[in-house]
Design a binder for this molecule. Sequence first.
Ligand code: 2HA
Ligand code: ZN
Length: 271
Amino acid sequence: MNNIQNAPFMVDFIRTVTNMYTHGWDERNGGNVSLLLENDELYTYLDQDSVIRTIPTGFDAPELIGKCFLVTGTGKYFKNVQYDPENNLGIVRIGKDGKTAELLWGFCDGGRFTSEFPAHMMSHTIRLGIDPEHRVVMHCHPCNLLAMTFIHDLDEREFTRTLWRMITECMVVFPDGINVLPWMLCGTNEIGLATAEKMKTARLVVWAQHGIYGTGKDLDEAFGLIETAEKAAEVYMKIAHLPIKQSITDKELQIVADAFGVKAREGWLEL
Ligand code: 2HA
Ligand code: ZN
């Protein structure tokens, strides 16, 4: 068996959550990430028959049976992951009943996966149905996006159009836009279902007064989506209270979309 701590997916995951921490997106135990692994690759590092323990998930995910995820632990701090991955992270496989997670590695102090596991697994299910290359669900608390949910209309079309206008390349990075959930209690199946529903039409979902979810085919893509949206929100928070002299028009946003070969969310530009 190869040493799992050297696995490319492990190295990439640890670098990513460390980077999220240093960006200030994950105070204390804030944030959570899950990465769908390739079983063939994973089983060169782990014995697939050695289940450390089973953990009930509290929901049913028949589409994910047999799939394995590297996921952050509940109550764990992103800042500590790089120093003790086996305690702060875990690899779980969704069991044959669709309702149990089989721990294959990690959570070595008896811990378990993130409290947002329902939102992660339900979002994986939806995104995989849309894009078979989908692999990552990422949640964090970036300051400017959060701040924006206090002062901006939460209508997702208006929220997105504001962000599209803040940096020319936003249209290229998230042409599908950003969906928005009103404030809801976190860590529940209800917010998981609501998040997954929003994932049907966008790879970014804001939780008002809480944070954001990003998804993608790899860790860089999910990170880059959040990074770009957060940068745009930062520009907005710097200018929202100032007189605006000029901006990017919807016509110009369409020119960007055409130039980069992307399609803006249907009906979201006023042309
Ligand atoms: O505790 O971010 O949403 C981790 C979270 C919950
Ligand atoms: Zn959170």
